[in-house]
Structure formats: structure tokens, C-alpha cells
Design a protein around this ligand. Structure first.
Ligand SMILES: Cc1cc2nc3c(=O)[nH]c(=O)nc-3n(C[C@H](O)[C@H](O)[C@H](O)COP(=O)(O)OP(=O)(O)OC[C@H]3O[C@@H](n4cnc5c(N)ncnc54)[C@H](O)[C@@H]3O)c2cc1C
Length: 387
């Protein structure tokens, strides 16, 4: 069995603590100014371009990227502190989230120089938003079965096909899509796919809404009908995206967004519990806080490994699996803990009820988006040498 499966402890330095205090101060001011309501689960106004631009101006987007592309050459740990505080407060970060987390790094690694110079600074300023075009009606977990096709033509590629579950496609400027440029080979069924940077304003793109369980329009079906993409928008190497897309997934899976998405429900419970919860509630709260503290240490450890230039694919998969299972189970635990323990007056707290209702409705998706529970466990099993 492999023994290379490690979570080294990470200690927060005084500089990181100062940064955390600065971010908290900024968020307190934004809350006071009415920009967002903390602990509401991002359900009202999470897509807020003005807020994204403010973060860009503070230097809190593209934090680890080179200065020559608008980045700030700060560390992964500094970025971790900023993203953790944003999520724990429920700040409205949806607009820039994907671009800052994974599209920027993909462009920095695989895009041509002039594309990097044009697009990456827009992301760092909080002005360019991205969606991810991986899933198709017949290729979800098995992304390498994608059949949306790019055909070579004069000066570029004509794209035809359909992507599905594309979050924020209706309000993104660009999509990074995985598209078939050649058939798979007998030796490698992953061969033949290429990543493209697609401007969402290109003629031939139709974005159709899909309303989710919570009644919101977040993801979409995206149809490509003879969409012309210039040659210089091909990312990396033709037919070799199987190497690139898995790197992108390591960024997608490793952060605090994989265990903080229903955190606001715990926050709500603490609020209605008041200063003197009864023994049962105190014990329940203690258990959840202990779980989140452990997850947080593991997640920080993954950030530390990314900072050291390692690619902790297996560790990131474990954090996503444990984190998403915890955040998925949380709303029900909160509901079970709440009724007996809170006073009649607080039990009628409408805010708490609506927050809990929303957390319950988004819980099922948490173990699907970004790789399902079963697929992640398959990755972990392979990492442990079990398959
Ligand atoms: C809220 C949300 C947002 C999303 N946003 C995006 C987005 O922006 N862009 C994008 O491209 N996609 C997005 N997705 C799609 C998501 O990545 C896919 O839903 C996911 O990869 C699963 O694919 P599928 O739905 O086709 O299910 P399938 O792959 O058909 O899986 C069905 C079931 O079979 C299991 N299964 C599949 N393969 C295996 C295996 N090898 N071993 C064991 N079990 C297996 C799965 O675990 C699952 O339980 C989003 C999904 C959600 C829920």
C-alpha cells in the first residue's frame, strides 16, 4: 500500500493573522454598508460584480499570480486566508469565484502570451467571469467521453455540441470548455480532447436556464452551433487536454469552499442558541465545531502543499469527500438540534428558518458538483494503492 498520503500540520504566521484581521475589518465595513447580510447562505445577492471589483482593487484576486499579469505574487496561504474569511462571512463572491480559483491558473499555464496579457489582468481586477464547460448530457463523471466537437477551419475551429450544468454561463464573459478534436485511440481513450477559451458573446452560443432544487437559476444548458473560435484560443496542446483538465480539478477540489457552503446554518444555530445553550445543544454544537476544526486543518495542509509546489491530488480528494459529506449532513443535524433547544421566541426566528430551508435544499448537490462522492473515493482508493 502507498504511504505517500500525508497531512502535515500548518501553523498560521503573525503575518497571516494580520491579513485575516484586515479582511475581517473590510468585511465588517461592507456588512455595515449593507453590501451583504452575513450568514444568509449567499442566497440573495451572491453574484455582485461591484463587490468583485472592490476585491480586485484590494489586491485580493489573482493573489498568487505574477505581477506582470495583474497578480500580486502572494502565497497560497495568504489566498487561503482571504477565501476562507469571504466564505465564512457569506460574502457575495460568485461572480469572480471560478475565474480566480481555476480559470486564471489554467490561462497562466496554457494560454498564449498575448491572451494571458489581455485576459488575466481582467480577472485580477474582478472584471472577467468564467464558467466551466466540462459536463455533457452523456459525460459527467467520465469527462473524457465528451463529444462536443471542434472542426478545423480557416483561422480557427468550429464548435458544435452541448454542455450541461454549466454554472453561471448566463453571466460569464468566458467559458473554458473541453472539446473533442480527434477520436480517442485504442491505447488511450482520453486522447483527442482539447481545451478552448470561448468568448461567451460569440455568435452561435445559446444559453438555456436550468432551475435548481432551491428554485434558483444558477446552472444552464449551453448549446454550440457552428461557434467560431480563433486558433489562438486553443489552450495548451491539441488532443492532450486529459493532462490539463486533471490539474484544473486539483485547484477546484482543494479549498475551503468544499466544506463551508452550508456553514451559515451552523452560524444560524449558534445565533438562535444564545449564550447559554442547554447541555444537548452545547454538546451538538461542540461536535460540529470539532469536525469543522479538523477539516480546516486538513484543508490548510493541502494549501500548504500547493504552496510548496506539490500536487496533492489524493489529499485534495479526501478533503472534498469528507468536507462535502460534512456540509451536506449539517442542515439536518442543525434542524434536529434546534427545535428542543431554542426558546419559543427564537424558534419563530424567520431568518433562521429561511436559512435552514435554503441549506436543506442545496445539500444534495454538494456531493455531486466538482466530482461525485463515488468518483472521489475511487481516486482516493487509487492513491492508496487499492485499485
Ligand atoms: C450544482 C452543480 C453545479 C455544477 N456546475 C458545473 C459546471 O459549472 N460545469 C460543468 O462542467 N459541470 C458542472 N456540474 C456537473 C457535475 O460536474 C456533474 O454532475 C458530475 O460530474 C456528475 O456527472 P453526472 O451528473 O453526469 O452523473 P454521472 O456521471 O452519470 O453519475 C451518476 C452516478 O453514478 C456514479 N458513478 C459514475 N461513474 C462512476 C464510477 N466510475 N465509479 C463509481 N460510481 C460512479 C456517480 O457517483 C453518480 O452517483 C455541476 C453539478 C452540480 C450539481
Amino acid at each position: 500500500m502507498s504511504t505517500s498520503f500525508r497531512f502535515e500540520p500548518i501553523e498560521e504566521t503573525p503575518e497571516l493573522r494580520d491579513l485575516r484581521a484586515e479582511v475581517r475589518g473590510f468585511l465588517r465595513d461592507e456588512i455595515k454598508a449593507g453590501t451583504f447580510k452575513p450568514g444568509s447562505g449567499n442566497m440573495r445577492s451572491s453574484f455582485n460584480p461591484e463587490f468583485s471589483r472592490k476585491l480586485g482593487a484590494k489586491g485580493w484576486l489573482g493573489m498568487t499570480w505574477p505581477k506582470k499579469y495583474g497578480g500580486h505574487e502572494r502565497t497560497f496561504m495568504e489566498r487561503y486566508v482571504v477565501t476562507e474569511e469571504m466564505l465564512a462571512h457569506g460574502a457575495p463572491v460568485r461572480a469572480h469565484w471560478v475565474a480566480d480559483r481555476q480559470s486564471g491558473p489554467v490561462l497562466l499555464t496554457y494560454a498564449q502570451e498575448h491572451i494571458k496579457q489581455k485576459v488575466v489582468p481582467q480577472i485580477a481586477r474582478g472584471e472577467a467571469y468564467f464558467c466551466i464547460g466540462l459536463s455533457e448530457p452523456n459525460s459527467g463523471s467520465d469527462v473524457f467521453a465528451a463529444s462536443t466537437k471542434a472542426t478545423k477551419t480557416e483561422g480557427g475551429w468550429l464548435i458544435n455540441g452541448r454542455k450541461i450544468w454549466t454554472s453561471n454561463a448566463h453571466r460569464s464573459h468566458y467559458c473554458i470548455a473541453l472539446v473533442r478534436t480527434s477520436p480517442a485511440t485504442a491505447e488511450n481513450r482520453r486522447h483527442g480532447l482539447t481545451q478552448f477559451l470561448i468568448d461567451m458573446k460569440t455568435p452561435g452560443i445559446t444559453v438555456r436556464p436550468i432551475v435548481n432544487l432551491a428554485g434558483h437559476h444558477d446552472f444552464n444548458e449551453v448549446i454550440f452551433d457552428d461557434v467560431m473560435v480563433p486558433d489562438d484560443h486553443l489552450l495548451g496542446e491539441k488532443d492532450m487536454a486529459w493532462k490539463q483538465a486533471t490539474t484544473e480539478l486539483a485547484y477546484e477540489r482543494s479549498g475551503p469552499d468544499r466544506w463551508l457552503e452550508t456553514f451559515f446554518a451552523l452560524h444560524g444555530l449558534v445565533r438562535v442558541a444564545g449564550k447559554e445553550p442547554d447541555d444537548r445543544l452545547a454538546e451538538g454544537l461542540g461536535r460540529e465545531v470539532a469536525s469543522i476544526a479538523t477539516l480546516r486543518r486538513m484543508s490548510l495542509s493541502v494549501a500548504g502543499m500547493l504552496q510548496n509546489g506539490q500536487m496533492p491530488t489524493n489529499e485534495a480528494a479526501v478533503v472534498k469527500d469528507l468536507g462535502t459529506n460534512w456540509e451536506q449532513a449539517l442542515p439536518n443535524k442543525v434542524r434536529l438540534l434546534a427545535p428542543e433547544a431554542i426558546s419559543a421566541e427564537r424558534a419563530n426566528d424567520e431568518d433562521f428558518e429561511s436559512v435552514l430551508r435554503y441549506a436543506t435544499l442545496i445539500a444534495p448537490k454538494l456531493t455531486i458538483q466538482g466530482g461525485t462522492r463515488e468518483v472521489l473515493r475511487g481516486i482516493v482508493a487509487r492513491g492508496l494503492g487499492l485499485r
